[in-house]
Design a protein around this ligand. Sequence first.
Ligand SMILES: [Zn+2]
Length: 468
Amino acid sequence: MKRLAAIVVLYACVGSASAEPKLSAGAFAQDITPTHFPISVNGNLADKKATSAHDPLHARCLVLGDGTTKIALVVVDSCMVPREIHDAAKAIAAKKTGIPASHILISATHTHTAPTVTGVFQSDPDEAYVRFLTEKIAEGIVQANSRLAPAKAGWGSAKEPNQVFNRRWKTKPGAPNLDPFGGQTDRVKMNPGYRANNPNLLEPAGPIDPEVSVLSIRTADDKPLALYANYSLHYVGDMPPLSADYYGVFAEVMRRKLGAGDRFVAMLSNGTSGDVNNVNFGGPIPPKRGVGERSRLVAEAVAAAAAKAVPTTFRGDVSLAVAEKELELKVRKPSAEEVRRAEELLAKAKGRELKGQAEVYARETVLIANYPDTVKLKLQAIRIGDLGIAAIPCEVFAEIGLGIKEKSPLKRTFTVSLANGYNGYLPTAAQHALGGYETWRARSSYLEVKAADAIVPAIMELLAEVAR
Ligand SMILES: [Zn+2]
């Protein structure tokens, strides 16, 4: 651990040790649409198969340099990308560009209509696509790096509070609230339906973060080159697979709004949206909408806020800094009794497909029982001027992101979820106590109950390092 700390300090110092920084930037949208079908699509309990692509998927890449330090920011149209793919893609890109792997931030958008690249519930990774995706992400970084040219940057934020709603609702004491392990102790329900139809709903169990943050890049002669945005919304999900979901629509709307050319690349990273979606369960039941209509509405609204957040002044003397570290956390292992119960359920289902939550989570219980006792998470912080970016490999709850923003030593900060790996949901310990889908033990939620209490201080340390 001591050696790791020394490395972190070194990285953090590189950016600020240089003479007057001179910003350069290059961007590239790498197509990552698979070339073979059918292909597995995760994002639900049951697996789905896509037979075509409704719209193309991309790994959107932005490389920045300040004359001393180079970084790459990549946003991938995928539901969740495991550590192995991130590390392999970074290693290839590092070799070909000289950008250190530790200076590359790759995150998944969380579109629920992309090929499976990590095992989750009843979906297994498509190995051919895993290899394809790894190479394409690296290729995208190489392309963006080859386009490096003098540039200017500006950053800011605006609010779009109308597209985000906390999806976990507290339920009345005694309301039926069965979990997949046979327990009845949950006091919240995820996606509970509209309150108009459900008298057991009390109130949302947590906050939302309405901020749309942007890092906007222009060429030396002030033409839009790239825009990296961040918004804390889980996904929209009204398009058939394969689809980049509203993240892809946002990229096109942004180009139009900024009057940008073909080489302009916009990308929307996922903020802290582990408990936040686009459905207002407390409001009136909305009319049915057509395919892609809601994605269009949400993308237009978020892009309008992003356009408002683009500052009027841009500067080329922007310095960069990066710090990252590994944090070892415990896995929330099932008890012997829980494993016995799960095995019994699976024995009854032997020879047929698993049906319903109880059976699917029984399989997850057995899989987590075979996990190691601890896992290593990669945490990262990046500084661009006085803008901070925190990266966490989880589906982070909104209140955690709000806390990081508030406590950050940098003037502006946002958090990218599903970054540099995938380690499931990250609720606070208090949210764990309330129960609900995001806390149910599975490959989608397996970190120790107090994981956030270890991750947040580690992120604050990294932000302090890059802020120096
Ligand atoms: Zn999710």
